[in-house]
Design a protein around this ligand. Structure first.
Ligand code: 5GP
Ligand code: ZN
Length: 111
């Protein structure tokens, strides 16, 4: 989608090293890390909210979560991590292309 920063990263218009990529998703480092390790898992399909999900998007998200589990050690998350999907205004979502935050590499505070 035009003017979507994550679509531009996925297309390669904005360079961002990928820690993992396949036909459905990429994993990159967050540009402003909120923990020692902070990754973004970004589905290649553009949609903003879980409420937009249909069966195809659900399959994509299922793939993302299954792959995240496989990548734990590679990403240094084997001691545990936090998964966050911010939604909309109250959720503090700033990029309106659904993405999964992975935070770890240290003991995280309560929230
Ligand atoms: P949200 O607030 O929408 O849940 O998360 C958006 C995240 O994307 C933020 O943590 C922000 O630091 C990250 N971000 C925004 N622009 C870029 C970028 O150009 N590159 C990378 N790697 N991360 C970005
Ligand atoms: Zn997008």
């Amino acid at each position: 989608m035009e003017n979507c920063i994550f679509c531009k990263i996925i297309k390669g218009d904005i360079p961002s090293p990928r820690l993992y990529e396949d036909d459905k998703m990429i994993v990159i480092k967050d540009i402003e890390p909120k923990a020692k390790l902070h990754y973004l898992c970004i589905p290649k399909t553009h949609f903003a909210l879980l409420s937009e999900m249909d069966s195809e998007k659900a399959e994509t998200l299922k793939h993302c979560f299954a792959k995240i589990a496989q990548l734990e050690e590679t990403l240094g998350l084997q001691d545990g991590y936090r998964v966050i999907v911010n939604q909309g205004e109250n959720g503090g979502q700033t990029v309106h292309h659904l993405h999964i935050h992975l935070l770890g590499g240290e003991k995280l505070g309560d929230f």
